[in-house]
Design a protein around this ligand. Structure first.
Ligand code: NAD
Length: 260
């Protein structure tokens, strides 16, 4: 479905992003993966994408807090593959703290990675998409783009911001064959969720088991974590021609969380 197309996925060395990159490669797209982590492990994932799916995969270490590195990453994909057709803004971090103790540098870092980086990638990739009259911009938002939870002020603010950015870009690109949508997962079992459990336990004064049961899965009527494969399948659909009329949509995939 995506043969001869290129997908750039930010924050794809782990979790949901890696699942997106693999799912787009499975559809025949060449991919640029990005994110932090152990160099050998990243190289192993990159090489596995090439050998399993018969596409080209390159890695960019661009730091999503740095506008110049983000522009270089988009330019690298365009230079290597000739285009950026599917742009997935997915890099994200979490920090959990009551607002009065929330470190200012964490606020700035979360706004930079979870929100501003999407502005910078879109800013760099849209001219090429407009000239080719085809593009798919897919932003990983969160159920926290639609509702809030305590102790996540920066994350919730950034994710609500991503929803607004998505809608604005959708309006600006609607007549150019480009769609922009936001995927809003509920809790997905990834390192991002696993790592916040001790902090949630501390902030709430409860055990780690109780965080999983009474905080995370309590929010999700299915009582199941969403899987990375389910999120990636939604992104693949949004990248398809069948989804050409879906734009500016903020789409929950949250086991019913935001229906309550
Ligand atoms: P993860 O921690 O597994 O992956 C995050 C990725 O972002 C990693 O590849 C990491 O290296 C990368 N990253 C972090 N800082 C970066 C930076 N400065 N520059 C470049 N890359 C950077 O987390 P995940 O759960 O897969 O999260 C992916 C996205 O999904 C995030 O935007 C997150 O907010 C969102 N999300 C996750 C959940 C969930 O329950 N896991 C739910 C809703 C939304």
């Amino acid at each position: 479905m995506l043969k001869d197309k290129t997908a750039v996925v930010t924050g794809s060395t782990s979790g949901i992003g890696l699942a997106y990159a693999r799912a787009f490669a499975k559809e025949g797209a060449n991919v640029l993966i990005n994110g932090f982590g152990d160099a050998a492990a990243i190289e192993k994932e990159r090489a596995a994408i090439e050998s399993e799916f018969g596409v080209k995969a390159i890695y960019s270490p661009a730091d999503m807090t740095k506008a110049d590195e983000i522009a270089e990453m988009i330019a690298l994909a365009e230079k290597t593959f000739g285009s950026v057709d599917v742009l997935v803004n997915n890099a994200g971090i979490q920090f959990v703290s009551p607002i009065e103790d929330f470190p200012i540098d964490k606020w700035n870092q979360i706004i930079a990675i979870n929100l501003s980086s999407a502005f910078h990638t879109i800013h760099a990739a849209v001219p090429g998409m407009k000239s080719r009259k085809w593009g798919r911009i897919i932003n990983t938002a969160s159920a926290h783009a639609l509702v809030a939870s305590p102790f996540k002020s920066a994350y919730v603010a950034a994710k609500h911001g991503i929803a607004g950015l998505t809608k604005t870009v959708a309006l600006e690109t609607a007549t150019f064959g480009i769609t922009a949508n936001a995927i809003c997962p509920g809790y997905v079992w990834t390192p991002l969720v696993e790592k916040q459990i001790p902090d949630q336990a501390k902030a709430r004064g409860i055990s780690e088991e109780a965080v999983k049961r009474d905080v995370l899965l309590a929010a999700q009527p299915t009582k199941e974590f969403v899987t990375v494969e389910q999120v990636a399948a939604l992104a693949v659909f949004l990248a398809s021609d069948a989804a050409a009329s879906i734009t500016g949509s903020i789409i929950p995939i949250d086991g019913g969380w935001t229906a309550e």
